[in-house]
Design a protein around this ligand. Sequence first.
Ligand SMILES: *Cc1c(COP(=O)(O)O)cnc(C)c1O
Length: 458
Amino acid sequence: MQLPYAEPFRIKMVETIKRSTREEREQWIKDAKYNLFNLKSEQVFVDLLTDSGTGAMSDKQWSEMMIGDESYAGASSFYKMKDAIKNILGFDYFLPTHQGRAAENVLFSVLVKEGDIVPGNSHFDTTKGHIEYRKATAVDCTIDEAFDTTIQHDFKGNINLEKLEKTFNDYPMAKIPMVIVTVTCNSSGGQPVSMQNIKDVHALCKKYGTLVMFDSARFAENAYFIKKREAGYADKSIKEIVKEMYTYADAMTMSSKKDAIVNMGGFIGFKDEDLYKQASVFGIIFEGFVTYGGMSGRDMNALAQGLDEGTEFPFLESRVEQVAYLGNKLKEYGVPVQEPFGGHAIFVDAKRFLPHLPKENFVAQTLAVELYLEGGVRGVEIGAILADRDPVTRENRYPALELLRLAIPRRTYTNNHMDYIAASLKNVFDRKEGITSGVKILKEAPIMRHFTVELDRL
Ligand SMILES: *Cc1c(COP(=O)(O)O)cnc(C)c1O
């Protein structure tokens, strides 16, 4: 028989987590105003809020922490990170930042002006936030297949080239500073972009004269899917595929809390020295001097090591296959999940789970609350609350998909936890007809409301 995808590591240190009773959880979620971001982590048994910064570092990363160089300027840790970025991603210039959105803030301070248009594939919420904050517009050019969770498509993160070219024709190119290719596409379900699509987007951008920027949080998972699914890549290593992907990028922003397996950190990679120099000015204002940019030396060391470990096939295989293990369990139970499974998370299709709830009742958020009540499992809404209001009309935006995201932290939970999560969700599924109301908004922030929104049950 085929051997299972056992983890290519063993556990050296453990952290206790506690189960709770349904009565306790009823009180806690009420106190949290039905916003799972407001729960204390000790009120959560299995935390799938995000895979961002929640992974387990390796013994080698912890060793690197001990030899971090905390010099203000020119630290050896900076050069370690520089070498890793050059060797693994191929960028000559980089700026460290404290996390991914900080990288966006610094880079977009140079590139994005009021009235600009920034096409891309399902822009991530912070990315969109940084575009809209500058009074520019994000135009989503993702292929239509991405918005039907039942369609099987190997690369649902792909950009539709006709939509992209139409955007190029609809606006003066001077207003389109870059195209953002998100690898993998977080908001549309952790879906990858094919190498062919990356090549085609790059060719179109060069024909029209604009930059290609990769939003890179899960670039290694993207490379894993290219290896598994795209013709011609089966025999290439992840590192070879990653190198090739980035030959088609002018710049990248990185949330290192994802595929570089650190708890905090980010960076911007540049091919062009001039763009690097312009961005350095904002890097210094917002983040810190160019050789640390909001990061400790020890964290830069761990990041450099994490980039190497995160682009190793055995690790990626066990990670992505653990996510698929959960997805398959849920499918067995009849729970509607997005397919194919994403790299970092399983996305439950809340509209198909609770078809009787109107969209105004925030379907995915309702499901997230029910899953928490059932098993103390914390997922996150990727739906109308996250989609926020239209910046001009201030109307609620109701996205095509209402998803409950179950993000799996790297190297953190075992498959027993996956079984626990699946059983919890099955129990909710079995009583779904009894879930007849939903939630309403009491209070919300003007931008990125999902973090702080206060809700009540209808
Ligand atoms: C997480 C993420 C970001 C933002 O990074 P932070 O480190 O959370 O600031 C940007 N883009 C994508 C695709 C992400 O997944």
